[in-house]
Design a protein around this ligand. Sequence first.
Ligand code: ZN
Length: 147
Amino acid sequence: MEAPFFDMKGDSYVCQGCVGNETLYQEIERDGEINDCSYCNRNDLHCVTLHSLARRVAPVYEQLVSEVEHEPEFDDDSDTVEWVQRGESPTQIISDMIESSEFSVAEDIVEYLSSVSSSDDLARGLYEASNDVFEVRVPENQNLRYA
Ligand SMILES: [Zn+2]
Protein backbone atom coordinates (compact mmCIF):
# COMPACT_ATOMS: atom_id res chain seq x y z
CA MET A 1 0.00 0.00 0.00
CA GLU A 2 1.19 3.45 -0.86
CA ALA A 3 2.06 5.75 1.99
CA PRO A 4 -0.28 8.70 2.39
CA PHE A 5 0.97 11.69 0.50
CA PHE A 6 0.67 14.12 3.36
CA ASP A 7 2.90 13.84 6.38
CA MET A 8 2.17 15.14 9.83
CA LYS A 9 5.62 16.20 10.96
CA GLY A 10 6.32 19.89 10.73
CA ASP A 11 5.83 23.20 12.34
CA SER A 12 2.83 24.60 10.56
CA TYR A 13 -0.51 22.99 9.94
CA VAL A 14 -3.02 24.01 7.33
CA CYS A 15 -6.64 23.04 7.81
CA GLN A 16 -9.11 22.07 5.14
CA GLY A 17 -11.01 25.30 5.83
CA CYS A 18 -8.02 27.35 4.70
CA VAL A 19 -7.99 25.63 1.31
CA GLY A 20 -11.02 26.39 -0.80
CA ASN A 21 -10.18 24.16 -3.72
CA GLU A 22 -12.57 21.23 -3.70
CA THR A 23 -10.01 18.56 -4.66
CA LEU A 24 -7.47 19.62 -2.06
CA TYR A 25 -10.19 20.07 0.52
CA GLN A 26 -11.28 16.48 0.10
CA GLU A 27 -7.72 15.17 0.18
CA ILE A 28 -7.05 16.99 3.43
CA GLU A 29 -10.29 15.66 4.84
CA ARG A 30 -9.33 12.12 3.83
CA ASP A 31 -5.62 12.11 4.71
CA GLY A 32 -5.27 14.87 7.27
CA GLU A 33 -5.13 14.50 11.00
CA ILE A 34 -7.20 16.40 13.50
CA ASN A 35 -5.14 19.30 14.70
CA ASP A 36 -5.18 23.05 15.27
CA CYS A 37 -4.66 25.19 12.19
CA SER A 38 -1.61 27.44 12.29
CA TYR A 39 -3.20 29.95 9.92
CA CYS A 40 -6.81 30.55 10.85
CA ASN A 41 -6.35 29.37 14.46
CA ARG A 42 -9.43 27.18 14.37
CA ASN A 43 -9.13 24.01 16.44
CA ASP A 44 -9.83 20.34 15.82
CA LEU A 45 -10.00 20.34 12.05
CA HIS A 46 -8.45 18.03 9.49
CA CYS A 47 -4.98 19.45 8.89
CA VAL A 48 -1.85 18.66 6.87
CA THR A 49 1.58 20.20 7.22
CA LEU A 50 2.36 23.28 5.19
CA HIS A 51 5.34 21.50 3.64
CA SER A 52 3.37 18.54 2.42
CA LEU A 53 0.70 20.81 0.98
CA ALA A 54 3.47 22.71 -0.80
CA ARG A 55 4.83 19.49 -2.30
CA ARG A 56 1.32 18.56 -3.43
CA VAL A 57 0.82 21.88 -5.20
CA ALA A 58 4.33 22.27 -6.67
CA PRO A 59 4.12 19.92 -9.68
CA VAL A 60 0.70 21.28 -10.59
CA TYR A 61 1.95 24.84 -10.40
CA GLU A 62 5.11 24.04 -12.37
CA GLN A 63 3.07 22.40 -15.10
CA LEU A 64 0.52 25.18 -15.46
CA VAL A 65 2.51 28.33 -15.00
CA SER A 66 4.28 30.18 -17.76
CA GLU A 67 5.76 33.59 -18.27
CA VAL A 68 3.55 36.21 -19.86
CA GLU A 69 4.55 37.64 -23.21
CA HIS A 70 6.50 40.85 -23.28
CA GLU A 71 4.32 43.71 -24.41
CA PRO A 72 5.34 47.14 -25.62
CA GLU A 73 4.91 50.09 -23.34
CA PHE A 74 4.98 53.42 -25.08
CA ASP A 75 6.32 56.50 -23.44
CA ASP A 76 4.40 59.61 -24.56
CA ASP A 77 7.30 61.90 -23.85
CA SER A 78 9.79 60.11 -26.00
CA ASP A 79 9.90 57.74 -28.90
CA THR A 80 11.26 54.87 -26.89
CA VAL A 81 9.38 51.66 -26.46
CA GLU A 82 9.92 49.50 -23.44
CA TRP A 83 9.06 45.84 -23.45
CA VAL A 84 7.51 44.82 -20.18
CA GLN A 85 5.94 41.73 -18.67
CA ARG A 86 2.74 42.24 -16.75
CA GLY A 87 1.93 39.07 -14.92
CA GLU A 88 1.36 37.83 -11.44
CA SER A 89 3.67 36.71 -8.67
CA PRO A 90 4.04 33.04 -7.67
CA THR A 91 2.27 33.84 -4.42
CA GLN A 92 -0.77 35.30 -6.18
CA ILE A 93 -1.00 32.34 -8.53
CA ILE A 94 -0.65 29.71 -5.82
CA SER A 95 -3.15 31.56 -3.67
CA ASP A 96 -5.62 31.38 -6.58
CA MET A 97 -4.81 27.72 -7.21
CA ILE A 98 -5.52 26.58 -3.68
CA GLU A 99 -8.32 29.15 -3.34
CA SER A 100 -7.12 30.04 0.10
CA SER A 101 -8.73 32.63 2.29
CA GLU A 102 -5.43 33.04 4.13
CA PHE A 103 -2.86 34.71 1.89
CA SER A 104 -0.05 33.71 4.25
CA VAL A 105 -0.58 30.04 3.34
CA ALA A 106 0.48 30.82 -0.24
CA GLU A 107 3.31 33.03 0.98
CA ASP A 108 4.69 30.20 3.12
CA ILE A 109 4.28 27.67 0.30
CA VAL A 110 6.30 29.89 -2.04
CA GLU A 111 8.95 30.51 0.59
CA TYR A 112 9.29 26.80 1.30
CA LEU A 113 9.41 25.75 -2.37
CA SER A 114 11.93 28.49 -3.05
CA SER A 115 14.16 27.14 -0.29
CA VAL A 116 14.00 23.49 -1.39
CA SER A 117 14.58 24.29 -5.05
CA SER A 118 17.61 26.48 -4.38
CA SER A 119 19.99 24.18 -6.25
CA ASP A 120 17.89 24.36 -9.40
CA ASP A 121 17.99 27.75 -11.11
CA LEU A 122 14.99 27.15 -13.31
CA ALA A 123 12.74 25.99 -10.50
CA ARG A 124 13.98 28.72 -8.19
CA GLY A 125 12.91 31.35 -10.71
CA LEU A 126 9.39 29.95 -10.58
CA TYR A 127 9.29 30.59 -6.84
CA GLU A 128 10.97 33.97 -6.76
CA ALA A 129 8.35 35.92 -4.84
CA SER A 130 9.21 39.21 -6.54
CA ASN A 131 8.95 37.73 -10.04
CA ASP A 132 5.55 38.99 -11.15
CA VAL A 133 5.77 37.73 -14.70
CA PHE A 134 3.65 34.58 -14.52
CA GLU A 135 0.24 33.46 -15.69
CA VAL A 136 -1.73 30.25 -15.68
CA ARG A 137 -3.02 29.28 -19.08
CA VAL A 138 -5.10 26.10 -18.79
CA PRO A 139 -7.21 24.51 -17.56
CA GLU A 140 -9.94 26.87 -16.46
CA ASN A 141 -11.62 24.28 -14.31
CA GLN A 142 -9.83 24.44 -10.97
CA ASN A 143 -10.40 20.80 -10.10
CA LEU A 144 -9.03 19.44 -13.36
CA ARG A 145 -5.72 20.94 -12.40
CA TYR A 146 -5.09 18.44 -9.65
CA ALA A 147 -6.07 15.34 -11.57
ZN1 ZN B 1 -7.16 26.99 8.84
